[in-house]
Write a protein that binds this ligand. Structure first.
Ligand SMILES: [Zn+2]
Ligand SMILES: [Zn+2]
Length: 277
């Protein structure tokens, strides 16, 4: 039996926004306080290939939604020696504006997405402002253009993209949300994306309030936790600033990138935002 490949995995921070703890849990939280939210894209690579997990948003989208834009996530890849043309594959965990913009900047990438997510983003549920709000119609249209240019690979559930690199369909947050399970030198990581915004959404079993199906979301927490070697060190939530403190910074002047395939450097408390512990 040949050994599984060991990928490098990076989180690239590109934006942030101030929030309150009480805004980040569907069931509220007695201990309110500041609890900022960071925005990331993730890179998975081996010697042959670069997989970009989500594509972030651009400066214009940040201004429209009053997010603090730190840097273009696609330009930031240059710190890892990656040009936009070199990205051959993009895994879109879902099509929300903060995960699926900038696709037009990646001319050579195939897009890997759950078919249920594309249906959701163009279907009847988008008649509701609550569910439509996190989507940008231009991002969705860019994916539809990709379909017509034969750039999109559709999945219906879990899939193996390459040895040691798997898609895990979760749903919950959106109808077709998928997480990414990836094998590294220190074991199996799960890039949860918006299957869980913060570590504490899982720890408290209390979803972030943007949710299509609460039951699927809760089941996703247990499933993804079971697919990670450990929750503490191998489960990577989609928006938690603690990720930047827990993993080693890559030497990347002007950018903020941590190496998730390396051992954690801190066991600092996961999540901020308790005025009254
Ligand atoms: Zn989302
Ligand atoms: Zn998100």
């Amino acid at each position: 039996m040949s050994a599984l490949p060991q990928y490098e995995v990076y989180a690239v921070r590109y934006a942030t926004v101030k929030r309150r703890r009480s805004e980040n849990f569907i069931s509220g939280d007695l201990h309110d306080g500041p609890m900022p939210m960071d925005y990331f894209v993730w890179v998975v690579r081996d010697a042959h290939r670069v997989w970009l997990v989500d594509t972030g948003f651009n400066e214009q989208a940040a201004a429209q939604r009053a997010r603090e834009f730190l840097r273009c996530p696609i330009t930031a890849l240059s710190s890892l020696g990656i040009s936009p043309e070199q990205v051959s594959d993009v895994i879109l965990t879902h099509l929300h504006y903060d995960h699926a913009g900038n696709v037009d900047r990646l001319p050579n990438a195939f897009l890997h997405v759950q078919e249920a997510e594309v249906h959701y983003a163009v279907g009847r549920h988008m008649c509701f402002g609550l569910l439509r709000h996190p989507y940008s119609v231009n991002d969705v249209l860019e994916v539809v253009r990709g379909v017509h240019a034969d750039r999109v690979r559709f999945y219906d559930g879990d899939a193996q993209l390459a040895p040691g690199l798997q898609l895990v369909r979760v749903g919950g947050h959106t109808q077709g949300l998928q997480a990414v399970r990836v094998h590294t030198a220190r074991g199996w990581l799960v890039l949860a994306s918006d299957a869980s915004h913060f570590y504490d959404n899982v720890s408290n079993e209390s979803p972030f309030p943007i949710v299509f199906h609460v039951g699927e979301m809760l089941e996703g927490y247990r499933r993804l936790t079971a697919l990670s070697d450990t929750f503490e060190h191998h489960f990577i939530p989609g928006h938690d600033p603690a990720v930047m403190r827990r993993f080693p910074l890559v030497d990347a002047p002007g950018n903020e990138i941590v190496a998730l395939h390396m051992a954690p450097v801190s066991d600092a408390p996961f999540t901020e935002g308790r005025d009254n512990p």
